[in-house]
Design a protein around this ligand. Structure first.
Ligand SMILES: Cc1ncc(COP(=O)(O)O)c(C=O)c1O
Length: 492
């Protein structure tokens, strides 16, 4: 018999005791840990060993019998079902074999750029366990309006909506969410859009990737900002586009440097990623003119447009463009939570039609239940209230960070910005931010080195990004002090 010593319950679990015992036994079965043809541990033995009641173990065995993993034999006890035991053994044997099979991609991908090798800004999975995680695109989970979201999910799950979200919607989105986006989020940004001009996406990333696929059919190059959001650069390349890198200055993308042969220009005008610069109105208008003259589309990634702390927001390019060439991309990742995966694209109906067809070929449609819940969340006023709270909280962190930077890192040049969720710094000569970031990690401080944002990583050698949304206010100043102390050591 298997030594019950190997069976232990997790220290914490959201499951009830019966289900924890079920999980324990079923995972031991999946790993083929129980000797063939021998009975499983008795209720008495297992309850004594696990410190749970005999009834709980008995209930767990009954459940495992119900789902067909275990059988009960008269007077002999419980056994792993024969067919399950056989399947388990053959899958373990084939897993062992698989590890010795050479990669089937080795020769076909030799010499090619592999998607898995592309530059990205990676944080350790356990970033939230670090004392000073100056990471980007993560929220403080205590801020998530869980009560309101639960209410929205409950409303969306009401049986009246069941017909809508439980069926295969083909290519369609939730009409409730389209209406809310149209009237509220887009309306607030001064964008007029008809339902046929809106597509809901699985985050802004999905919208960028759909456009990347569409432009690859057109076959013309994509102009991207340099430095740039690396995952946009990757999305365009993965789809097979050739890139043209365009520099950025304190007014945003330098429109004069956009080559004439591009089919699409990708830009982040609200807060340029990663420099945080807001594109001037003059540049926005110049870009619209160029789009008409050279016949290209503009992808306006309006990520985190809400987080402006200094002055009234600039009008989005989509609202200035009278030619219908701007594809506006928005997201609820920064303002609500990235894990919800809700973004949207606003464009000419022809673009939406083709993007929807591409989306259909990859995922049919995003989850309608989530879309309906978000529609309820917006309609109930919960999003507005949440945004007001977030803006206050982010603004106060931003002010602390600016103050701490002025005091502790005065020799780091800081990009002037109107807000956002991070700051962009240039270290003094003699500091390589890759080395600084590595060393800081050992002290529990996570920051983004500049290299990953540039086409030529060496251009980012002295650049550093500090995101301030995932740390409590009380830790911000201490974190900056640690960065300052390490910078002195790196320079020495
Ligand atoms: C500039 C920019 N665009 C798009 C995205 C992707 O956002 P989402 O989480 O909505 O897919 C990110 C994520 O960090 C971003 O920074």
């Amino acid at each position: 018999m298997l030594n019950a010593r190997f069976l232990t319950l997790p220290k914490t679990s959201a499951l009830c005791l019966r289900d924890q015992v079920c999980e324990l036994i079923s995972s031991a079965i999946a790993q083929d840990l129980f000797p063939k043809a021998e009975p499983l541990p008795s209720c008495r033995a297992l309850s004594g060993h696990l410190g749970v009641s005999r009834n709980t173990v008995h209930d767990a065995y009954c459940r495992l019998i119900d789902i067909g993993l275990v059988v009960s034999r008269d007077r002999s006890g419980y056994f792993v079902d024969d067919a399950v035991a056989e399947l388990g053994r053959s899958s373990i044997a084939s897993k062992d074999k698989k590890t010795s099979i050479p990669s089937p991609l080795e020769h076909v991908m030799a010499g090619l750029l592999r998607p898995s090798d592309m530059a990205k800004v990676d944080h350790p999975n356990d970033w939230s366990n670090y004392p000073y995680p100056f990471v980007y695109n993560q929220i403080d989970p205590t801020w998530f309006p869980i009560k309101e979201w639960r209410e929205s999910m409950r409303a969306a799950m009401a049986s009246s909506g069941l017909v809508e979200w439980s069926r295969d919607a083909g290519g369609a989105d939730s009409s409730n969410l389209i209406k809310q986006l149209q009237q509220r989020l887009l309306g607030y940004r001064g964008i007029n859009a008809a339902p046929e001009e809106i597509l809901v996406t699985s985050g802004a990333q999905n919208a960028i990737s759909l456009l990347a696929t569409l432009n690859a059919y057109v076959g013309r190059r994509v102009a991207i900002e340099d430095p740039c959001y690396p995952e946009a650069r990757n999305a365009f390349e993965v789809a097979g586009n050739q890139l043209a890198c365009v520099p950025v200055d304190r007014f945003g993308l330098i429109v004069d440097k956009v080559p004439a042969d591009v089919g699409l220009v990708y830009t982040t005008p609200s807060h340029q990623f990663p420099t945080t610069v807001t594109m001037s109105v003059k540049r926005r208008l110049e870009l619209c003119e160029r789009a008409v003259r050279d016949d290209f589309l503009i992808c306006e990634d309006d990520y985190e447009a809400e987080m402006n702390f200094v002055q009234k927001r600039e009008r989005p390019i989509r609202a200035l463009d009278t030619s219908g060439r701007t594809v506006y991309v928005g997201s609820l990742s920064k303002s609500v939570a990235p894990g919800l995966r809700i973004g949207y694209m606003v464009a000419h109906p022809d673009v939406i039609r083709e993007a929807k067809a591409i989306r259909r070929s990859t995922m049919r449609h995003p989850p309608i239940l989530l879309q309906d819940a978000m529609a309820h969340f917006i309609a109930s006023g919960a999003l507005d209230a949440h945004l007001r709270r977030m803006e206050r909280r982010y603004r106060s962190r931003w002010e602390i960070i600016l103050d701490a930077l002025a005091e502790h890192l005065p020799d780091f040049d800081q990009q002037v910005s109107q807000g956002g969720t991070c700051v962009w710094l240039t270290a003094p000569k003699g500091i390589d931010t890759s080395i600084l970031a590595q060393r800081l990690k050992q002290h529990g401080v996570l920051v983004d080195e500049g290299a990953a944002f540039y086409r030529d990583p060496s251009h980012g050698q002295r650049k550093l990004r500090i995101g301030f949304t995932a740390l409590p206010r009380a830790s911000l100043r201490d974190g900056i002090k640690l960065i300052a102390a390490e910078a002195i050591r790196v320079r020495a």
